[in-house]
Design a protein around this ligand. Structure first.
Ligand SMILES: [Fe+2]
Length: 163
């Protein structure tokens, strides 16, 4: 009886971990797709090929990041920290990732505003600084996600590579 309860508890934990993994990857993929759109904008500067698309992309940056960060900070990270023996292993790393989230969210607002201004004024003198800003932003997001995939993802059920 006790063994059955332990098994079903372990199955539930395993399913929860696998669900978290799927959600984590889904949010990361959304952020990577956003990076691709921003890279396309940076590549096309100083020209603007589609004002509406640029504005739509700029307006989606903060919501995409905030949803992903909320999931990580409110659901994923607390679960990882509850894993047996995880405190020491994860606490510092997760704190660092949270701090990167806050920096990226601040940066996102500036990026969105800069795209909006460029579309409005079409000032070619600002093309280089906008390109520099966009590249700095999406490269930071890509580095953050690459780190998470290397160091966090393997601790979730369903990963082929276990730590
Ligand atoms: Fe993150």
């Amino acid at each position: 009886m006790i063994k059955d309860l332990t098994n079903s508890q372990s199955e539930r934990q395993s399913k929860r971990s696998s669900d978290l993994r799927a959600k984590f990857v889904e949010y990361q993929d959304l952020q990577l797709a956003m990076c691709l759109k921003l890279e396309a904008i940076a590549d096309s500067l100083p020209n603007i090929f589609d004002k509406d698309l640029w504005l739509k992309s700029s307006q989606s940056i903060s919501p995409v990041l905030e949803k992903a960060h909320s999931f990580e900070e409110l659901e994923l990270f607390p679960t990882l920290l509850r894993q047996k023996g995880a405190e020491l292993r994860f606490a510092d790393v997760l704190k660092r990732l949270e701090s990167e989230h806050h920096n990226d969210e601040d940066y996102a607002e500036n990026v969105a505003q800069a795209i909006g201004n460029y579309v409005k004024h079409n000032d070619h003198n600002k093309a280089e600084s906008l390109s520099w800003m966009l590249r700095g932003f999406f490269e930071s997001i890509r580095r953050h996600i690459a780190f998470e995939r290397e160091h966090i993802l393997p601790f979730l059920e369903g990963s082929t590579k276990q730590p």
